[in-house]
Design a protein around this ligand. Structure first.
Ligand SMILES: C[S@@+](CC[C@H](N)C(=O)[O-])C[C@H]1O[C@@H](n2cnc3c(N)ncnc32)[C@H](O)[C@@H]1O
Length: 269
């Protein structure tokens, strides 16, 4: 009796929710099927339901087309899981973009570098991409979190944010060995790689000063056709990172390409 009442109540709540959200009959039925019956609806119906709900709750977000096959790449998703923050998939699309580009330019022959490594999610992907061509990935991080933000960085970040121990990075990188870790505040350890040339550099330090220092050092060491990928350029939380890139490239021939993932890239001439 109690179970029957609970089901009736759930159906009533969902019907009301569908009405309040102004969902069409079909979408509302899928909502009911999902919640009351468990696994209701086809994949397309469930996708359309999520799309309709998102359009009501957060209209600024525009759903993409159903059926993007990178979301079914189980091997890649398992790699992502090694270092992901619990309960969110926020950088899955950015990690995929990074991996694809690093692989695509690896034929140029240089090494890769990353400024801002954290738990090593992107570092692992770079190591796998570069391992195919026998090259090394150079990893720079304070392991003390962010350095002090400046006024141009806004208020989102604070000094010491994203602090994580080097042992966590080594754990993530256990499947690979083609990397070197340079512990210290950017740009202190850059002289260690002065004579190396790079096909791919990933800059992911969130704020102005280390972004500018990283661009200033690595730009001249990029091979022609190599890519600098900036993780933070298109995020409202990182105005300083965007400003650093805009300042730096204002006097250089390359154009910044902003991606819908929030990243931006530059192809070295
Ligand atoms: C967003 S996390 C990097 C995420 C990583 N690339 C990934 O995708 O998994 C930013 C990292 O930058 C590092 N960092 C920030 N400012 C730095 C600085 N001035 N010198 C060295 N490391 C810095 C932080 O310690 C942190 O690990």
């Amino acid at each position: 009796m109690r179970e029957k009442l609970a089901r009736w109540l759930e159906r009533w709540v969902m019907t009301k929710a569908g009405e309040i959200l102004g969902l069409g009959d079909g979408t509302r039925d899928t909502l009911l099927g999902l919640t009351v019956g468990g696994e209701g609806g086809t994949e397309e119906q469930r996708y359309r339901l999520a799309e309709a709900l998102a359009a009501k709750v957060y209209p600024k977000y525009k759903f993409s087309e159903l059926g993007r096959i990178f979301l079914e790449d189980e091997e890649f998703i398992a790699l992502y899981r090694r270092a992901m923050d619990p309960d969110n998939w926020h950088s899955l699309d950015r990690k995929y973009t990074l991996y694809q580009i690093a692989r695509a330019v690896s034929f140029l022959g240089g090494d890769a570098a990353e400024c801002g490594v954290y738990k090593g999610g992107s570092a692992l992907l770079l190591c796998l991409a570069l391992r195919e061509v026998g090259r090394t990935v150079h990893l720079f991080d304070s392991f003390e979190g962010l350095s002090a933000p400046e006024t141009c960085d806004g208020s989102y970040w604070s000094e010491g944010a994203l602090r994580v121990g080097e042992e966590k990075l080594r754990e993530t990188l256990a499947p690979v060995d083609n990397y070197r870790i340079y512990r210290g505040w950017i740009p202190e350890r850059f002289p260690d790689v002065t004579d190396i040339r790079f096909s791919f550099v990933h800059i992911d330090v969130d704020i102005y000063r280390p972004t500018l220092d990283s661009l200033s050092f690595f730009y001249d060491r990029m091979l022609s056709g190599g890519v600098i990928l900036m993780d933070d350029y298109g995020f409202s939380s990182c105005p300083g990172a965007k400003l650093a890139a805009d300042d730096f490239f204002s006097s250089r021939p390359e154009r910044i390409v902003m991606l819908p993932t929030g990243q931006a890239l530059v192809i070295k001439q």
